[in-house]
Design a protein around this ligand. Structure first.
Ligand code: HEM
Length: 415
């Protein structure tokens, strides 16, 4: 793990961004970032092919890259017929500059309903909608989003600047093409995930002054997530036919997290019960941040509809994770891959919940299982209270995108 002062500096640099953040990051590190490839055919066809190129923990769970940028894009009205070439060449620059891995750069570009409207094509993804009675998120109307991720903070900020035309070189590779003539850059969001990073950024709204986030937690709420058995495989989330065959869909919801009650009034029992399941809490099954759970955090007594209903009756509380075990495909696998990360955007503790799945309907079904509106009300489980972790989250925005296969990633269906 990096020492605290370095971690603190780098997260702030990513949050601020810009060419000066690139220089500051490069000045503070001697790490070398592995160079990418001159042969695009070496790269996976799927933009979302990250799992085999990511780090893993000692159990084989995929660990996401530690630093993230979401660069939102709006098409310029005057983008011309060369636009697809400019876009493709800009992304090729990143692939030449950085190895396709957590040590280099993993990235995707996705297009929204509003993009397809503006090129007069049918959208493969619906417009975003609120997904619970108690939320009123902004519905993002951006045309596209680039997700940049790396263990090296310098790589994400430099890659972003390479796309925006703020640097001449990226990892020693000359930047000749940029997105500047094609897109405006209306908003960026940033974040981090991984042991030590949330604990270093507790001085934000939503986290009590007692600085309760455990030093080894990868996320603000104090537990590990993304266990292998609870994530879909990349084959499962890949669109298997039609115009975007080989691609996937991406949903991004940005939410704030309020941890005052979580850490100052709730007990360890309640935190374990609400995050995993009450039987876990009764039997103290979760040690620390949950590394002892291996690759499968749920046990048979916490899986499926009956178990969840019984816990609602017996304990008046249901766990976030156990509710999700109710959504499985014909092979008993989850429907989506979660690639979410924490954030200090706007000076608040937050989560950019990013997931990829074959269709946005898969996401909606999973989110409905999280709401558990069918269980709330009959028992002490409320719409948000004692209902997993819903009470601590406030969804501020939602967005849906399609991530085309790599060969179609540059302005699909261009006018
Ligand atoms: C701060 C917010 C959140 C935290 C800290 C969090 C944390 C966790 C943890 C610790 C687990 C259990 C273990 C595992 O990952 O396998 C889990 C499972 C899961 N979470 Fe979250 N989560 C959050 C928000 C969300 C949201 C907004 C969704 C949206 C639907 C979501 C979807 C899921 C799913 C689908 C699973 C379980 C997978 C399965 O068994 O099917 N989570 N989460």
């Amino acid at each position: 793990m990096e020492p605290l002062s370095r971690r603190d500096f780098f997260v702030s640099a990513v949050a601020v961004g810009g060419a000066s953040a690139v220089t500051a990051c490069l000045d503070r590190t001697e790490d070398t970032v592995p160079r990418g490839t001159e042969s695009p055919e070496d790269l996976p066809r799927r933009q979302h092919a990250w799992d085999d190129h990511a780090a893993t923990d000692s159990h084989g769970n995929v660990e996401l890259p530690r630093h993230h940028v979401l660069l939102h894009l709006d098409l310029r009205e005057d983008a011309g017929e060369d636009a697809p070439r400019d876009v493709e060449d800009s992304f090729r620059t990143l692939e030449r500059a950085y190895d396709w891995s957590h040590e280099g750069l993993l990235f995707t570009v996705g297009y929204s309903h509003s993009y397809f409207d503006s090129v007069d094509a049918e959208s493969p993804v619906p417009e975003p909608e609120p997904l619970a009675d108690f939320e009123s998120p902004d519905l993002d109307g951006y045309d596209a989003v680039v997700h940049l991720a790396s263990d090296h903070p310098a790589a994400v900020v430099e890659a972003e600047e390479a796309l925006k035309g703020g640097v001449d070189e990226a990892n020693g590779v000359e930047v000749e093409d940029t997105l500047e003539d094609v897109f405006r850059f209306p908003e960026r969001r940033t974040g981090f995930v991984g042991a030590g990073l949330p604990a270093d950024h507790q001085d934000v709204d939503g986290v009590p002054d007692s600085e309760p986030v455990p030093e080894d937690s990868p996320l603000y709420m104090g537990f590990k997530s993304g266990f292998r058995e609870n994530q879909a495989g990349e084959d499962k989330v890949t669109i298997d036919e039609g115009r975007f065959e080989g691609g996937t869909t991406q949903q991004i919801s940005s939410m704030s997290i309020d941890l005052v009650q979580w850490y100052e009034q709730d007990t360890r029992w309640q935190r374990e019960a609400k995050m995993f399941c009450p039987a876990h809490a009764d039997e103290d099954r979760v040690e620390g941040v949950g590394d002892n759970l291996g690759t499968e955090p749920m046990t048979d007594d916490c899986k499926g509809e009956e178990a969840v209903r019984e816990h609602a009756r017996e304990y008046g509380t249901v766990g976030h994770s156990e509710k999700m075990t109710r959504v499985r495909d014909e092979d008993d696998d989850p429907l989506m891959i979660r690639r979410d990360f924490n954030s200090t955007d706007g000076g608040r503790a937050g989560l950019h919940f990013l997931a990829v799945q074959e269709s946005i309907d898969d996401f909606v079904e999973t989110r409905e299982a999280m709401n558990a509106a069918d269980i709330a009300g009959d028992t002490a489980v409320g719409a948000r209270t004692n209902n997993g972790i819903l009470q601590y989250l406030d969804v501020r925005s939602r967005a849906n995108y399609v991530l085309p296969p790599r060969e179609k990633r540059a302005l699909p269906d261009w006018r």
